[in-house]
Design a protein around this ligand. Sequence first.
Ligand SMILES: [Ca+2]
Ligand SMILES: [Ca+2]
Length: 276
Amino acid sequence: MIITVTLSLSNVDRVTDFPVCLHTGTLRLTYRLLRDLFTQKVYQAMKRISSVVKMGIPLLLFIICNSCNTGNPLGDYKGIPFTDEAYKTGVQSIPGKIQCEYYDLGGEGITFHDSDSINSGSGNYNPADGSYLHEFRINESVDISYTKSNGIDENPYNLVHPEMDQLYIGWINPGEWTKYTIDVKTPGLYQVGIMYTAHDNGQISLSINDIDITGPLDILSTYVADDTLSMRQWHHWNYLDNIVQVELQKGLQTLTLHTVAVGQMNYDYLNFSIIE
Ligand SMILES: [Ca+2]
Ligand SMILES: [Ca+2]
């Protein structure tokens, strides 16, 4: 539970200024109280005592409320919801899709873990050419590409046909993860779907606020032996509509998508649909 106290004190612009102002004010009043007592101004001293007591009450309130804030579900997480010139929504909401490429801003070890320091998609497989899709998050090591026509992602071996020009995370290795600030609008039981490709049978898991809520989840291979174009074995798309059911609480929290085993997958989005 988070309690925010808004106070109207002179020279206080923000709630975070309050403790400084309070300490300063209390010290000033205490000084005047001692001065008045030493100078025998008893009436003035009584007024000062009253003021000090009044200042003490909000101090007590602040201490109590500050201790309540230790329940902040995001804790000391340093990630920031992703936005750029094209995507301005920020926090992704549930129920709905969590686009995997919109993992939070923050860097290696904070909002993602990747096996190397380069983006194998943006700027490499998709050479830098000034376009949004080729240069999306080009300086980050999470590997990102997008669905293409001309027989690559648009092919007869798809189990579910993907939309074109959809960004996805690829070049996946076990141990990698990406983290998302999410806002659960409706608490309840959800089923989780995933739009993906998998060269082999893989495994993922999901965490909320860094606590594993699913254990390893099997992601079935989309390998099709009839497809003789070997590179396309990473481009057979499928949608699984119910890889797990999870209970979610209302409000802001972090969701982490972990690759547990095998890798060799591409993740377009997760889809959270409420069951009850
Ligand atoms: Ca990489
Ligand atoms: Ca996507």
